[in-house]
Design a protein around this ligand. Structure first.
Ligand code: VG1
Ligand code: CO
Length: 600
């Protein structure tokens, strides 16, 4: 292969969103599309690296349709641009958190033991929880040297370059890399070495530092314990198999849909109550998260979980009991002593949640004197907080726990949310809670653990409505209406139809406490007061991960101190609040939608 320069012209609308650039796969298959984006990505990374070419880059994807083709194209561009080492996992498939682990741990010599990652970045081919296959989504995002998703400074600079690109470099007559070649196989492309690496090792090492695998293995054998993990045919499945079956010894029957498929078996690989319906049913749950009354709880799995397409999201449930992601974070925070990664380092030094997530975490953090940050939506905002010491020589907030209401949970072991980590965190909590339970006796379940938590801290009823595929103009109108009438208007004069009163309205903006960078327009918040005096709120934002049209997200949250009311189902508890909010923002009038696409 010989380096060649190919002329191209700018392609519009290549601005990355909440997490990378996502488009219909046919758009990515268009002439020069992947090439333009990747050349601009390389140029941005080099610029950030002080003008020096990066030495080592990992390229991996979630296995969706177009994964292998894009890996070949990207490899050729990286080689032509002079990246010395290009790492590709065997079969091209890795979960997003596993890629982050490789960037953080793996050295050029390959042993990863010194923790000094020399991969300066990772190119991750994923549209995460969006469906894949012909007519569906493909995406690319970039992770920087500490394993963290590129920040807005990076993605904006990349976008600027896509508007003026005139050529890219690639390699002519490049050999095709056999992605199924044995680990350690090296291909020479131009002057670069392309190495097939083990997808599992670094990530496995990382997880072993977080959890006590012996304890989990023992607990897995305990009478009455049963797990059901749904890989949704995404990248998380192979990691779940490696960890849960090969390492922890659980039976194969603990897995469903753990073989990655290019179209995710035609499912929507988003682990929520709507799209993970099969698992939800097998856990004795109805689509609204409440328990099916007709099944015997004792016959259900103790722990149920699902991951999304790229293995960074998680759904967690117990027998007949759904745990909201916001509650899951609060519970993990409160139970840090059950998780070796936190316990061995003296407990949590910082926690954070995205703004639309519920305040369940705040309540625990405040009771336990842990600094708690509220960030805009998207994992990139947690990166600075977790790496404050490494990057800015500032205050150290690690051990760190963070998460989002959108089924994302994680910690400072990597710089991405981590679906499997969340499952092992819950397994650890269960293991500890059942330490003194005799074999044969009934296990303490997820339900008991969460209900006890609510009794101590109160319950934050929570639920999200998504209006997908709304006309972009209409979606903007809804946002503008709220801004004008409530945020900039006089909320005191607004009459509601129920005894839930609108208290105030604000637009969320964020100043990063570590580097001082500012982000504005991150969601519109309507704060309400309930007759009980307890707070409630409704947040509106537009999604930044869709590939066509607009999605309006409405997040509902209502606090309840009174334990006698904790048994209510969330949709029932939140019904009045939802109706009031929809009326106030004129949802149906403006969008023509009388009901959401997804409630979760
Ligand atoms: C959504 C979620 C957000 C999450 C993002 C990426 O973004 O709301 O919390 O970080 O997806 O997750 P948005 O802009 O559509 O609301 V993933 O698993 O798609 O990388
Ligand atoms: Co994801």
């Amino acid at each position: 292969g010989e380096v060649i320069v190919v002329s191209t012209t700018p392609i519009p609308e290549m601005r990355p969103g909440t997490s990378g650039l996502r488009k219909k796969v046919e758009v990515w298959q268009g002439e020069h599309y992947v090439e333009n984006f990747i050349q601009c990505l390389i140029d941005t990374a080099v610029e950030k690296n002080g003008g020096k070419m990066l030495d080592t880059i990992i390229v991996a994807g979630d296995g969706r349709y177009h994964n292998s083709e894009a890996i070949q194209t990207i490899t050729q561009l990286l080689a032509a641009n002079g990246v010395n080492n290009i790492w590709i996992p065997r079969n091209g498939i890795m979960s997003t958190p596993a890629v982050s682990a490789v960037i953080r741990r793996r050295t050029a010599s390959g042993d990863g033991s010194d923790g000094q990652g020399v991969a300066q970045g990772g190119i991750v081919l994923t549209a995460s929880h969006n469906p894949g296959g012909p007519g569906e989504d493909f995406g690319i995002k970039y992770n920087e040297g500490l394993g963290q998703p590129a920040g807005e400074d990076f993605t904006e600079a990349l976008y600027e370059k896509t508007l003026s690109i005139s050529s890219y470099k690639t390699v002519s007559n490049s050999p095709v890399v056999d992605l199924s070649a044995p680990i350690g196989t090296v291909y020479k492309i131009g002057s670069s070495s392309v190495t097939i690496i083990d997808p599992f090792q670094n990530y496995l090492d990382t997880l072993k530092e977080c959890f006590d695998f012996n304890q989990l293995k023992e607990f897995g054998k305990k009478e009455g314990f049963k797990m059901l993990f749904d890989g949704m045919h995404g990248a998380g499945g192979i990691f779940a198999k490696r960890v849960l079956i090969d390492e922890l010894g659980l039976p194969e029957s603990s897995l469903m849909r753990c073989n990655p498929l290019p179209d995710f078996g035609k499912c929507h690989p988003d682990p929520n109550l709507t799209y993970a319906s099969e698992l939800v049913e097998k856990m004795g749950l109805l689509p609204d998260g409440s328990a099916t009354t007709s099944v015997d709880v004792a016959s259900l799995p103790t722990l149920g979980a699902a991951n999304d397409g790229d293995g960074d999201r998680n759904l967690v449930a117990g027998a007949g009991f759904f745990v909201t992601p916001s509650d899951s974070m609060a519970l993990i925070c409160d139970n840090w002593a059950s998780i070796p990664q936190f316990a061995s380092r003296g407990g949590l030094k910082g926690v954070a949640r995205s703004m639309p997530s519920s305040a369940a975490l705040d309540v625990v953090a405040s009771a336990r004197n842990i600094p708690c940050f509220i960030t805009p939506t998207g994992w990139k905002f947690f990166g600075n907080l977790m790496s404050s010491k490494e990057m800015f020589d500032g205050k150290d907030y690690t051990p760190f726990l963070c998460g989002e209401e959108s089924f994302g949970t994680g910690s400072d072991h990597v710089r991405e949310k981590d679906g499997l980590w969340a499952v092992l965190a819950w397994m650890s909590i269960l293991a500890k809670a059942n330490e003194s339970v005799e074999n044969g006796a009934t296990l303490v379940g997820v339900k008991e653990i969460v209900e006890k938590h609510w009794a101590t801290y109160g319950r934050h009823f929570y639920c999200r409505y998504d209006y997908e595929g709304v006309d972009s103009n209409d979606a903007n109108k809804v946002m503008e209406f709220i801004r004008e009438n409530y945020v900039n208007g006089d909320t005191a004069s607004i009459k509601t139809e129920s005894d839930i009163k609108l208290a105030d309205a604000i637009e969320f903006s964020y100043t990063d406490p570590v580097d001082g960078s500012k982000t504005s327009k991150q969601g519109l918040i309507l704060n309400f007061s309930l007759p009980s005096g307890d707070p409630a709120r409704v947040v509106f934002r537009l999604s930044g991960t869709g590939s066509s049209g607009a999605t309006i997200r409405m997040y509902l949250e209502q606090y309840e101190k009174d334990a006698s009311k904790h048994g209510m189902s969330a949709p029932v508890a939140l019904k009045e609040l939802a109706e009031e909010a929809l009326r106030l923002v004129k949802m149906e009038e403006t969008t023509g939608r009388d009901s959401p696409t997804v409630i979760t």
